[in-house]
Design a protein around this ligand. Structure first.
Ligand code: ADE
Length: 419
């Protein structure tokens, strides 16, 4: 059996069923897999992946393996692993996995190390922890690496900071920046699964509640739209004027967090930044306020400050911790402030991860083909790959679209036509 550190191999059969279920909703990735199986574009490549260990990720791992890669997987977040999926990957599909749901930081980093010790030639990250560890502690492995791919906004922000400082040692493809990724995964995926996570954890009724969404990027828009659709009054907080203006014109009240803190029943952070909800805000919240984060890291809610102020704390349901504040007000934190859509729910649905992970698979193929001639920079997914994914997704949904006539093409190419 493949090397591994997973919780319970006894869950493998259940995991396999769920992987097969996800696969049914991933027609684009399935097509990539069929081609990979024939063409073997990743033949013999050692690929180290640090991703949320979900059924959708499992389908990606099987695609990369079908393409000839030697794949090893660890978790990109201590609380996002689906233990049955991890078990199935090891036992049913022979893929080495290092991931336990609820692992502590020591084990989390031990798992990253297990992946790095296989000397990856291609890295695949969600949040850039694997690449960071490689650049920080395992620099002797850098010469082996052809390139990497990065799934999420937070990871891309970190990589661009590395590139700016001149420390990025190999090229990386920012999968997040493909249109077929962030326009769909971030908006519809995070939107739906965040609400799903909040509801599975709490079973509250959203209708009539005031939901404060911090951050109006693609993820924030998704969360706001879905909460609104379920009858919540949505309030948006932002620091970026253009996004704030969009939120206003999308019909949402926009205000500083200090004010939103007083009116919110449920708070969801999706900013990618630190300490977005902090002491001054906890102090103003209503009794019973519920706080959740759907950004990549557990830094958006200042939990240390909350713990210091609280007079008592207790777990009241799975993924729900109650903090009693001075004056007996209660504040509830969901999923330890980690991304709630993966902590208490199952992450983005397969139909949207289909496009994100088609970008990952094709990005890895591109890196193997072209990485050696690229600079040590962050690259976007080539536009023809992005478009092809959109085309395949539409076809899989049975949606046909028009094509430009010769006259229209020439009209668009000409500056001579006017009033
Ligand atoms: N990120 C968000 N949702 C995910 C999922 N279902 N699988 C892998 N990564 C994810």
């Amino acid at each position: 059996m493949a090397e591994h550190d997973v919780k319970d191999l006894g869950q493998a059969a259940a995991g396999r069923l769920r992987i097969e279920w996800a696969e049914q909703s991933m027609p684009v990735l399935r097509q990539v897999r069929e081609r990979f199986a024939k063409e073997q574009p990743l033949k013999g490549i050692r690929l180290g992946a640090c991703l949320h260990v979900t059924t959708e990720t499992a389908v990606l791992m099987l695609t990369l393996k079908a393409g000839g890669a030697q794949v090893v997987l660890c978790a990109s977040n201590p609380l996002s692993t689906q233990d049955d999926t991890a078990a199935a990957l090891v036992k049913e599909y022979g893929i080495p996995v290092f991931a336990h749901k609820g692992e502590d930081n020591t084990r989390y980093y031990r798992h990253l190390e297990a992946v790095l010790s296989t000397r990856p030639q291609v890295t695949m990250d969600d949040g850039a922890d694997l690449i960071t560890q490689l650049h920080r502690d395992r620099r002797e492995l850098l010469p082996d690496v052809i390139g990497g791919t990065e799934e999420t906004t937070t990871g891309v922000v970190r990589l661009r900071a590395m590139e700016k400082e001149g420390v990025l040692a190999f090229p990386v493809i920012a999968v997040n920046d493909a249109d077929t990724k962030h326009l769909f995964d971030n908006r519809y995926g995070t939107g739906q699964s965040t609400i799903d996570g909040v509801l599975r954890a709490t079973n509250i009724l959203l209708a009539g509640k005031t939901v404060v969404v911090a951050g109006y990027g693609m993820c924030g828009r998704g969360v706001a739209a879905r909460a609104n659709g379920m009858g919540a009054h949505v309030v948006v907080t932002e620091v970026e004027p253009m996004r704030a203006l969009e939120a206003v014109m999308d019909g949402f009240p926009v205000m500083p967090m200090a004010k939103a803190a007083e009116v919110g029943d449920v708070f969801v952070t999706v900013t990618g930044n630190t300490s977005v909800i902090r002491s001054e805000h906890f102090a103003r919240m209503k009794d019973g306020a519920i706080l959740a984060n759907s950004g990549h890291f557990n830094v958006e809610i200042d939990l240390d400050a909350l713990a210091k102020t609280a007079t008592a704390r207790r777990q009241v349901r799975p993924f729900v911790e109650e903090f009693t504040m001075p004056g007996n007000r209660r504040v509830y934190v969901l999923g330890e402030g980690r991304l709630i859509n993966l902590a208490s729910a199952e992450g983005h649905p397969a139909a949207v991860m289909d496009m994100s992970f088609a970008n990952q698979a094709l990005g890895a193929e591109f890196m193997v083909k072209r990485g050696r001639s690229l600079e040590r920079k962050v690259y976007v997914v080539p536009i023809d790959i992005d478009r092809e994914i959109a085309r395949l997704k539409l076809a899989s949904m049975g949606v046909a679209i028009d094509t430009l006539s010769a006259e229209q093409e020439s009209y668009l190419a000409s500056w001579r036509h006017g009033t």
